[in-house]
Design a protein. Structure first.
Ligand code: UD1
Ligand code: CA
Length: 453
């Protein structure tokens, strides 16, 4: 039970971007969304993000996942938290302060810091790390008993203080009431003329309250992102976390360093993911599947025992035992049944394909409803667009569609119909009918000899 306040008002100049830094993405998820999710996973009841630079764009990207406060002018980290005073006052207990550009922080670390904070009876606990190179960070100044005295910013530090390698991560646990009190006493008397949140520690100590530091073990968790190189470094770490968690759940990954899986993906046990696969957020994969090399899945629902090779599946559902690819393109809004074959160079769009149907090669099926156990010959095309409107094609169960058939939709084909190869179908076909829609063949004998004369 705690409240979380996330600082996300900054511009992020070094990203060299039209987009605010805090909504750049790591593994498909905006930086600040990672921090919000870690807070919630740790048990935050109320989360607020302080936004400023392009606030509307930030709010729209993150959505209604937390409350927002606006800091229209950036006058320092203390000033940022002041914008959340009403929110902090409304929720008793602890307030955890996090940064919107530090996506690798985990729920586990937040919980451990809170536990430490509570067990020590602190008014404020700063999360710290020991770095080889502390340049740029605020330093943790302790007395000779090892108690925290204050945090001094790099710019304000003496040469002696700059030698300290314990740094302020910029994340804290505060007793909410104490925090509100200390914020009201902040002044901008420092090198940058800013209201430093870090000064609240000294203020609390001067009030006779207890202040402490919680040192984390994994420095990666406090990596802040300032430019695209750091974005890439964070993504590598996050991707490794995601891939390892799937492996621990029973997923085999071959050359996992080439496999990109975004957040919010579920994969069943005994599924094998081959190299160079990209799986976007919102995808679900069942058990015992093979996701073959070079495949891209975006918001796909893949049931058990499906195998897919070098194919793209967007916003569509593939049922059990179906085989897809190589080089199939399943565009949005398709529902493919059980034990279907979607073979090489097959494109599907906005269509339902029922169980047991075989679409083996070089075929386009768009805006169609196909029944069970239909066999498509090579090169079938639904002509679903007349240049103005789109129309549907409906094909019943157990039909046989000869090679190189065109369906000029709208077309309805009944069950158990046969279509001769090379037919261009412009009219509905009743069930159990053989339809031949092509010019009769003419053989002109000895024609070559006559031409050569
Ligand atoms: C801050 C800490 C420093 C710590 C470092 C860790 C202070 C005074 N210093 O320094 O001790 O080592 O973080 O990274 O707190 N922000 C706002 N509004 C503002 C100012 C900042 O929202 O007016 C946000 C930024 O967008 C960023 C975060 O607060 O997400 C930290 O601000 P930043 O300017 O990077 O602080 P530092 O100077 O790095
Ligand atoms: Ca910073």
């Amino acid at each position: 039970m705690f409240t979380s306040v996330i600082l996300a008002a900054g511009m992020g100049t070094r990203m060299k971007s039209e987009m605010p830094k805090v909504i750049h993405r790591v593994c498909g998820k905006p930086l600040t969304k990672w921090v919000i999710d870690a807070s919630k996973e740790a048990g935050a009841d109320n989360v607020l993000a302080i936004v400023g630079h392009k606030a509307d764009m930030v709010k729209e990207t993150l959505g209604e996942v937390c409350e927002y406060a606006i800091q229209s002018e950036q006058k320092g980290t203390g000033h940022a938290v002041m914008q959340a005073v009403d929110f902090i006052k409304a929720h008793k207990g602890s307030t955890v302060i996090l940064n919107g550009d530090t996506p690798l922080i985990t729920a586990d670390t937040i919980n451990k810091a809170i536990e430490y904070h509570n067990s020590e009876g602190n008014s404020a606990t700063v999360i710290t790390a020991i770095l080889d190179d502390a340049t740029g960070y605020g330093r943790i100044v302790r007395d000779n008993k090892g108690d925290v005295l204050k945090i001094v910013e790099h710019k304000d530090a003496t040469d002696e203080e700059r030698k300290i390698n314990e740094i302020n991560s910029g994340m804290y646990v505060f007793d909410s009431e104490s925090l509100v009190g200390a914020l009201s006493e902040l002044t901008p008397n420092n090198a940058q003329g800013e209201y430093y949140l870090t000064d609240t520690l000294e203020i609390l100590l001067s009030q006779g309250r207890k202040v402490g530091a919680y040192a984390i073990s994994d420095n990666d968790e406090i990596r802040g992102i300032n430019d695209r190189v750091q974005l890439w470094e964070a993504e590598k770490i996050m991707q490794e976390r995601i891939n390892k968690s799937h492996m621990k759940n029973g997923v085999t990954m071959r050359l996992p360093e080439t496999i990109m899986i975004e957040s919010d993906v579920t994969i069943g046990a005994d599924t094998i993911i081959e190299p160079n696969v990209s799986i976007k957020a919102g995808t679900t994969i069942g058990k015992n599947c093979v996701i073959g090399e070079g495949t891209k899945l975006d918001k796909a629902i893949i049931h058990d025992n499906v195998d897919i090779l070098k194919s793209v599946i967007l916003n569509s559902e593939i049922d059990e035992g179906t085989h897809v690819g190589p080089f199939a393109y399943v565009r949005p809004n398709c529902k493919v049944g059980k034990d279907v074959k979607v073979g090489d160079f097959v494109e599907l769009k906005n269509s339902t394909i029922d169980d047991g149907t075989k679409i083996s090669h070089l075929t386009y099926i768009g805006d169609s409803d196909v029944g069970k156990a239909v066999n498509f010959g090579c090169g079938t095309v639904t002509c679903n667009y007349d240049g103005k409107n789109k129309y549907r094609t409906t094909i019943g169960d157990n039909c046989f569609v000869g090679c190189n058939t065109n369906f000029v939709s709208p077309i309805n084909v009944g069950d158990n119909a046969y279509i001769a190869a090379g037919s261009t179908i412009t009219e509905d076909i009743p069930s159990k009918t053989l339809s031949i829609a092509r010019a009769r063949q003419v053989n002109k004998e000895d024609w070559t000899d006559k031409r050569n004369k």
